[in-house]
Design a protein around this ligand. Structure first.
Ligand code: NDP
Length: 330
């Protein structure tokens, strides 16, 4: 068995040296437990936060210990009620080839209902994040113009398509490559998209959002947030999901400098955590699972092979090597 441990905490951008890849004995399941051979693990931007020691909503990873994260695996030995050999389970003990789980740490998924990787992405945590943020936090209404940053990522790509399905007048996305921009417009049905690396976000957003922005779904923060505030209409809503442009900063970022517009525009800005929205899961699945099954809501996955590549997959995710969900196949 092999596992990835946090070797040291990053200062600024993480590097391969922050990870240790260690071979260990295959663990065995005790009474009431099961042994799972992981087949897929998820790498996610929030893990950058857990690599640092700063107090946040999730406890920091411990140096020298295996990093946790979303994973899918096959039960190879079960001493747990309700789980049988061959079951495919979703759990939170990723970054390792084998995991021993208690029954309450695992959820069986149905591999016939959807490709299993969907449970780590579009029908899993990132899909629910998109749904809850758009519907319950930003309170998107038909006729709104919706802007989403990180639009070609796991969360953003669902936000844009869902917004369109829910009656948005216009959906605008930003992303970090021309290929991603083309994918958003040509494949996912965004009305407009731009590459934020080509010109200032404020300029490109203003050009695309000719009627202003009613909802901004923020995955990026910084100059994206500042640009969105500039383009926001009266009573606009900002759902703050993530601020990935800030995660590696060693000093606080400067933008947004225009927050005073909140007064005249009477806009609302609300942060949220998907963990507070698990009650929305049945609604989310009822709406989104059929769209995915019928191919009306598209999703993409960027797949990297091998547990030893997991650190690099994470580092690459943080600089935009992924289109859609970044996954490691074991
Ligand atoms: P993504 O699949 O969107 O991957 C991250 C993307 O961020 C990269 O592909 C890259 O795309 C983009 N990016 C990296 N650096 C920058 C930068 N400096 N400026 C602009 N874009 C950048 O990840 P997720 O969909 O999993 O997560 C998206 C956001 O949602 C993150 O901020 C994450 O922290 C947050 N999140 C929040 C949750 C919550 O409960 N609040 C739950 C899940 C995610 P590009 O090529 O376009 O630069």
């Amino acid at each position: 068995a092999t596992e990835v441990r946090l070797a040291s905490r990053p200062h600024g951008e993480p590097t391969p040296d922050n990870f240790d890849i260690v071979d260990v004995e295959v663990p065995s399941a005790g009474e009431g437990q099961m042994l799972v051979r992981n087949t897929w693990i998820s790498v996610d931007p929030y893990m950058r936060g857990r690599m640092s020691s700063a107090k946040s909503y999730a406890a920091p990873y411990e140096v020298g210990k295996v990093m946790h994260g979303g994973a899918l695996g096959e039960v190879v030995e079960s001493k747990a009620d309700g789980f049988a050999e061959g079951d495919i389970v979703l759990h939170g003990l990723g970054w390792r080839t084998h995991a021993v789980l208690d029954a309450n740490q695992a959820t069986v998924v149905d591999p016939d209902a959807a490709p299993v990787t969907a449970y780590l992405g579009v029908l899993g945590m990132t899909g629910l994040t998109a749904y809850a943020g758009l519907v319950d936090v930003a309170l998107q209404a038909p006729g709104d113009t919706v802007f989403v940053s990180g639009a070609a990522g796991a969360v953003g790509s669902v936000v844009g398509q869902l917004a369109k399905r829910r009656g948005a007048a216009k959906v605008i996305g930003s992303a970090g490559s021309d290929d991603k921009v083309r994918w958003l417009v040509d494949e996912l049905g965004f009305d407009a998209a731009f590459n934020y690396k080509h010109a200032p976000v404020a300029e490109q957003l203003a050009a695309a959002a000719t009627d202003g922005v009613d909802v901004y779904f923020d995955n990026v923060g910084g100059d994206h947030l500042e640009a969105a505030i500039d383009s926001l209409n009266l009573h606009g809503r900002i759902a703050v999901c993530g601020m990935i442009s800030q995660y590696n900063l060693t000093e606080p970022g400067a933008a947004p400098r225009n927050l005073a517009q909140i007064i005249a525009k009477r806009f609302t800005m609300r942060g949220f955590l998907v963990a507070d929205h698990v009650d929305a899961r049945p609604r989310f699945l009822a709406e989104v699972a059929p769209l995915v099954a019928e191919g009306k809501l598209k999703y993409s996955e960027t797949v990297v092979d091998g547990i030893r590549q997991a650190p690099q997959a994470f580092l690459d995710l943080m600089i935009g090597a992924n289109t859609g969900k970044m996954l490691v196949r074991l």
